[in-house]
Design a binder for this molecule. Structure first.
Ligand code: MLT
Length: 409
């Protein structure tokens, strides 16, 4: 992601509190100054007036990382982290110029509104200024995935950075962009995120039995082999976790550490199996959109449904990247997967378990129990998140993952 703009701003004495620290509200103003600068240096201040629209802040998530003081010069790097039809997400990274210390990270979601305050599509002129829509679905800007052969298919894999390999495995029915915030935010590790077979740009299996837990697990090994990584930190979300459990049964030596996100050990109950069969019928008769509309209320927290339209948009887009036969194959895999309790008991590598406080599919109690099966595992329940912690609470989850990775040697 190339910086959209980089601006140096000096902290004024009146922006500091009684202890001489840059005040937290003043930092917000500083970010606003950086955005105005970007406009002033770019298309001019009247870009929005001319188009009869205005960007309204919908959400601001800020992580204050260190104190700044009067006369410090702060470098504010601003990138467009995502763009939807009516919304856009800007990411600000603030560092002190003198010692390069990280001062704050922020993510701001804007919705384009008209003069009556109604959400409205981003006009072309503004869209051009913001740059191309990040592919395939939101942030992650302009990163070309590579192709890695895996048995009968070729997989599409996003590889970024250098260092300890961390392999990210998405769940159902998502794709590698579910990790877009972690791929962008983590540093000093080699982030590897694949689209599972049949999903998005990854090749589809030629036969119906091409979708099996063993195949998915062997695909992960093929990706690691293809990238020359003997071991990796394995990070799986939900079904991604089930695939990791299979990988641990087949190739336990490939795991350097584990990050298990919104996942669970137990196999499907009879009722859950029936649900999978019903969903298969929905997919076959009505397609991906019908599947995702059914799943959505259980996938994200009520707060996310109400206040993060860009997350909901992305969930729909990810599901559209699953052709129906791939959905059907994966539903069969989910329905028939084994219980993994014994597999977890054998884990002897550092493990982090993350779960959303509102996760209905893999609830917090199960996550805590799962962590107790693994010696030394840490478990964190992330507030105001459902089944998609990395997307719903990106800053918190990236920070927890970054802190955990620092402990892995
Ligand atoms: C997933 O996110 O991968 C699915 O929710 C897993 C499941 O339904 O068991």
């Amino acid at each position: 992601m190339t910086p959209f703009t980089t601006v140096d701003l000096t902290v004024y004495p009146y922006e500091c509190d009684a202890f001489g620290h840059l005040n937290q509200a003043a930092l917000l103003t500083l970010l606003e100054r950086a955005r105005w600068e970007a406009l002033a240096r770019g298309p001019g201040m009247d870009l929005f007036d001319r188009n009869g629209v205005w960007p309204a802040v919908r959400k601001a998530v800020i992580e204050y990382r260190a104190a700044a003081f009067a006369r410090d010069v702060l470098r504010v790097e601003t990138t467009v982290a995502g763009r939807g039809t009516t919304s856009m997400t800007l990411r600000h990274v603030v560092r002190r110029v003198s010692d390069d210390a990280p001062i704050a990270d922020a993510e701001m979601v804007f919705v384009c509104i008209d003069r009556l305050g109604r959400a409205t599509p981003i006009p072309d002129e503004i869209a051009r200024f913001l740059g191309p829509l990040a592919r395939p679905s939101g942030a992650g800007g302009g990163h070309e995935p590579i192709r890695v052969p895996a048995g009968d298919v070729e997989l599409s894999v996003d590889v970024r950075g250098e260092g300890l390999p961390v392999l990210f495995v998405h769940g159902f029915p998502f794709d590698r962009t579910v990790w877009k915030h972690q791929l962008a935010a983590l540093s000093r590790v080699r982030r590897i995120a694949l689209d599972l077979r049949g999903v998005g740009a990854s090749g589809a299996a030629s036969t119906a039995d091409g979708y099996a837990l063993e195949r998915y697990a062997d695909d992960l090994v093929a990706v690691l082999d293809g990238l020359g990584a003997r071991q990796a930190v394995l990070c799986g979300l939900s079904m991604g976790g089930y695939v990791l459990f299979e990988l641990l049964r087949r190739h336990p030596e490939r795991a350097k550490a584990l990050i298990l996100v919104d996942t669970k050990t137990e196999a499907d109950s009879t009722e859950a199996k029936r649900g999978r069969d019903e969903l298969t019928l929905v997919a076959e008769r009505h397609g991906q959109d019908a599947v995702i509309e059914r799943l959505l209320p259980r996938l994200v927290a009520p707060e996310t449904l109400a206040a993060q339209p860009e997350v909901v948009d992305q969930v729909r887009e990810m599901a559209r990247r699953w052709p129906v036969p791939v959905l059907v194959g994966a539903l069969r895999v989910l329905r028939d997967r084994p219980d993994s309790t014994e597999t977890l008991r054998k884990i002897r590598v550092p493990t982090l378990v993350l779960v959303g406080s509102e996760d209905q599919i893999a609830p917090p109690d199960g996550a805590r129990a799962m962590a107790q099966l693994i010696p030394g595992a840490e478990c964190h329940v992330v507030p105001a998140a459902g089944h998609l912690v990395p997307l719903e609470q990106p800053l918190v989850s990236s920070r927890l993952v970054a802190d955990f990775l620092q402990t892995v040697h």
